[in-house]
Design a protein around this ligand. Structure first.
Ligand SMILES: Nc1ncnc2c1ncn2[C@@H]1O[C@H](COP(=O)(O)OP(=O)(O)OP(=O)(O)O)[C@@H](O)[C@H]1O
Length: 912
């Protein structure tokens, strides 16, 4: 029966209320109990071969999964909405729900229905939640994507001194990776997005905290509030030590209080969701704060590093540079790209690996052939540790071990740089005996589930071979019996068959049953079992003896196989650390050889990265646009230079500050592409990749900021212009002299004069206060006059050719300033009606005429320079005085007259 989803449905709160419980049937009472214990999750309630969902859960799940909503009885006078998913397809439905951000509590029957019956005919089968499936804690291959890490993250805040301390801890239980890092309120969202967790847990109080809303809201469903006890910092170290079965965490290094609180919360959540099982987590590894290039959230999104603005992989930088061939390699590449380094030595070490492999193409071919055979060992290992593994997970470890050996052999004898040398050592450290044992035990074709048996090979176990022989032999004996009985009875069509109800039985067609039923001898020998419409079924003592033997043999065989499975799993887990180390090494080798292949294929060069303030790119290209153009039949990408390097100060006294390029040019000229390509080249260089350029010298960038593209954030009540200004404010407030800033068309979304003024002041601020290296693209040609007064500002322009009234974009960056935008030509190309184009030309001529009479370039003479610094001083002076601050802190309603008088005296004293 269909249910109208619009009809009234009990809310979860009403459902778990006392009067609801009081009027519930025994089964409903059990359901409500379990539902109340698992708030925030859809409850998959096991009933026979289905998981059923009720009430609000049923509404949400039926909508999300597109399955039929029905009803089952009534509660509190209302229909109970219900929908269900069959057990065998549950994984697919779970996958869909998890992908949509839902969390699911899986509730199983935990006793045999026969047991329940013993307590009385109406008693309910005991059920309990055996697992909480949440986006951050899944391990099934079907639910995971091979190329993505699956992080659960915990955020903790400790209020100690003046400044609250923040820390993040993140765990991938599908691989055991566990990291912690400190962060700050300003960096928070950037750090979260850099790691890109599937689920972020934080204390209720933080979730509600208005100050944190800007960092938490953009995460949507990913952020999940949890009880504050999980984050208790007083007991955190102790709880962690208990998890890792050590007396104290001190032996693993020093963690801050906030880090301990975050790490302990993450572990507590893992325990909460996995219930009985305990994943094999590595000890939390600290990530030093300044070790990674800070990329603010807007920049990360706009530069389409991991995903495009529409949320897809295709078209992102990651997709364009990914040549890895293993899941682990793909995950490591993504991680490196999301968190580029700032330490030139560490960057150089990675680049050395790529260089070495570029010089050894044969080696790369061998390595990649071997790597292609590498299965996802960490994920198999994790499933085995959680007791969720199957024969194929053991098979994955075996295949991984032999592929690792092949990779190790390929690398043997090569002269390797540090990083690859360490990787080879990790491969050499793999225990040989484990592989030999697995190979000797496991069959070639492995079933998914261990309870299906038949995963041990012939010769693996003496007793198993015997019982299997017995089973096979018994089957042959049965075939012999059939022949004997045919002869004995003279019934040619007599057959021995098998079904689950009767086991083995003799079957004859009813008209031929005479020889088996007539006479006392026959009756004693052929025991009647069943009469069908046109057949009769019998058994004999010999047949049932054989049957018992076969059943016993099958049971015994399965028991032997299961015991062997447990022993092999234990062997694998005992070598867990070595296997994880080897898997990490394989990922490094995969990433390095993937980057070597990319560099060769796309003609990338090795960048020089050091601690200078250089930024010199010769023949730079946009890594994504270049590949797109190459695939098409149109013109090739035009390479462009960019030099924002600091020049030595006059008199040779050290390095000055980096330069800013002011880029003007027509619409469609390639300004945005040029801006982005330089930012992407910096990111690629600092992640340890070769870069799309002829030559590149980059003084390490500490923060990368960009304001490119416009999007509004209506959900947060911000218009396009407001978003632009918020992002610009973040840049002007945070950029340092080591930063790289990319600004595209600041001030475009408002009235011309407002826009121009904001852009003007922003350029001055970048030049005078931030003193960073920067690229500033604009259609306000008036700004180009600034280069006369700002020493490190140069004008460059995108070249165009005008030919026969048409404009041709050359996509070449050259010195100088554009005199016009060619907006009308572009509009014409885009197909604006000719009448509109003609009219626009008239209007433009008029406006240009007016401007010639009163040019904005006069501004430069009218506006004295270095106003920015002056204004900063003024605004600092405009800050409230001590007396004002003290006055603000007083609350007259809370004061006695006496206190008020004292406060007045104190204020007078402060005035001096
Ligand atoms: N260096 C280049 N070589 C070849 N094609 C290019 C190059 N740079 C840009 N293009 C192509 O030109 C088109 C316009 O580029 P882009 O969006 O960067 O222009 P723009 O100057 O920022 O335009 P607008 O001012 O309208 O935003 C893109 O579709 C791109 O494919």
């Amino acid at each position: 029966m269909q249910l109208n989803p619009q009809s009234d449905v009990l809310s979860d709160a009403r459902l778990i209320s006392d009067d609801s419980r009081a009027s519930a049937t025994p089964m409903m009472e059990q359901y409500i109990e379990i539902k109340a214990a698992n708030p925030g999750s859809l409850l998959f309630y096991r009933m026979g071969d289905f998981y059923e969902l009720f009430f609000q859960d049923a509404l949400e799940a039926s909508r999300a999964l597109g399955i039929t909503l029905t009803r089952r009885g009534q509660h509190l006078g209302q229909d109970i909405p219900m929908c269900g998913v069959p057990i065998h397809a549950a994984d697919d439905y779970l996958q869909k729900l998890i992908a949509l951000g839902y969390r699911v509590a899986v509730c199983e029957q935990i006793e045999d229905p026969a047991e329940a019956k013993k307590r009385g005919a109406k008693s309910v089968v005991k059920r309990d939640v055996v697992r909480l499936v949440t986006p951050g804690t899944i391990t099934e291959d079907k639910l995971l994507s091979p190329a993505d890490a699956n992080y659960l993250m915990a955020l903790a805040r400790i209020r100690a001194g003046d400044e609250p301390a923040f820390a993040l801890a993140w765990i991938d239980i599908s691989t055991g990776v566990f990291r912690v890092a400190e962060t700050t309120q300003t960096r928070l969202l950037a750090d979260i997005l850099r790691i890109d967790p599937r689920e972020l847990i934080l204390a209720d109080s933080l979730f509600e905290d208005a100050e944190l809303r800007p960092s938490i809201d953009p995460l949507g469903r990913v952020a999940v509030p949890q009880p504050a006890v999980l984050f208790d910092s007083a007991t955190a170290a102790e709880r962690l030590a208990r998890y890792f079965s050590v007396a104290t965490m001190d032996g693993f290094g020093t963690y801050s209080r906030a880090e301990l609180a975050a790490a302990a919360a993450a572990v507590a959540y893992v325990e909460k969701t996995q219930l009985a099982e305990r994943p094999a987590l590595s000890v939390p590894e600290r990530e030093a704060g300044a070790a990674t290039l800070f990329i603010d959230p807007a920049t990360r999104a706009n530069l389409e590093i991991g995903r495009t603005l529409s949320g897809e992989r295709a078209g992102s930088l990651l997709k364009a540079i990914d040549r890895t061939v293993t899941g682990g390699g793909a995950r490591l590449l993504a991680e490196r790209l999301m968190s580029p380094l700032t330490d030139p030595e560490a960057i150089r070490a990675r680049l050395d690996s790529v260089s070495t492999l570029i010089d050894a193409p044969r080696l790369v071919t061998d390595l990649r052939a071997a790597l292609r055979q590498v299965p996802d060992m960490p994920r198999a290992l994790s499933r085995l540790a959680l007791g969720r593994g199957g024969p194929r997970d053991l098979g994955a470890i075996l295949a991984g071990l032999s592929a690792a050996r092949a990779v190790g052999t390929a690398l043997a004898g090569a002269d390797l740089p540090q990083e690859l040398h360490a990787a080879r050592a990790a491969l050499d450290a793999l225990p040989e005996a484990l592989g030999t044992r697995l190979a000797a035990m496991l069959a070639d074709d492995l079933p998914l589930l261990k309870r299906d048996g038949n995963f041990l090979r012939q010769g693996a176990d003496g007793e198993l071979d015997e019982v299997r022989a017995l089973r096979d032999q018994s089957r042959r004996v049965i075939a012999g019996l059939q022949l004997d009985y045919c002869e004995e009875t003279g019934v040619k069509s007599l057959k021995i068959k098998h079904n689950n109800m009767l086991g083995y039985f003799i079957e004859v067609a009813a008209p031929q049953a005479g020889p088996l039923t007539e006479g006392p001898e026959a009756k004693a020998r052929f025991i009647h079992r069943q009469t069908m419409a046109n057949a009769m079924r019998f058994t004999t003592t010999a047949l049932s003896d054989l049957e018992t033997k076969i059943a016993n043999a099958a049971d015994r065989a399965l028991a032997i196989e299961l015991a062997a499975f447990d022993a092999l799993s234990a062997d694998v887990l005992a070598e867990g650390e070595a296997i994880k180390g080897a898997a990490a090494a394989l990922a490094v080798i995969d990433v390095s050889s993937g980057l070597a292949v990319l560099a060769e294929e796309q003609a990338y060069c090795r960048p020089v990265v050091d601690r200078s303030l250089q930024f010199s790119i010769v023949g730079g290209r946009h890594p994504v646009v270049e590949q797109v153009l190459r695939r098409g039949s149109g013109p090739a990408f035009v390479a462009n230079d960019c030099d924002l390097s600091a020049k030595p100060k006059a008199g040779g006294d050290g390095e000055g500050h980096g330069a800013i390029w002011l880029l003007t040019g027509p619409n469609m000229g390639g300004k945005s592409t040029f801006l982005r390509q330089n930012a992407l080249i910096a990111i690629l260089a600092q992640m340890g990749s070769f870069v799309p350029a002829g030559q590149a010298h980059i003084g390490v960038v500490d923060r990368l900021f960009s304001r490119v593209g416009a999007s509004d954030d209506l959900a947060r009540g911000r218009s396009t212009f407001m978003v632009e200004m918020v992002e610009t404010a973040a840049i002007l407030n945070q950029a340092t002299e080591r930063s790289l800033v990319i600004l595209d068309e600041i001030g475009r979304g408002t009235a011309t004069f407002d826009g121009l003024s904001i852009a003007w002041a922003a350029v001055e601020h970048l030049h005078e206060v931030n003193r960073c290296r920067g690229l500033f693209a604009t259609h306000f040609h008036e700004l180009t006059v600034l280069s006369e007064k700002l020493a490190r500002l140069s004008n460059v322009t995108m070249r165009v050719k005008e030919w026969d009234g048409e404009v041709i974009f050359l996509h070449e960056v050259g010195p100088g300033a554009a005199d016009r935008s060619y907006g009308i030509q572009v509009a014409k190309l885009a197909g604006l009606p000719p009448s509109v184009v003609a009219r626009a030309r008239d209007v433009l001529n008029k406006l240009e005429d007016a401007d010639r009479k009163n040019p904005a370039s006069q501004l430069i003479d009218d506006l004295p320079l270095f106003q920015v610094a002056l204004r900063r001083e003024e605004s600092r002076r405009a800050e409230p005085s001590k007396v004002e601050t003290a006055l603000k802190a007083l609350n007259p309603d809370d004061m006695t007259p006496r206190e008020a008088l004292d406060a007045l005296y104190a204020l007078k004293r402060q005035m001096g």
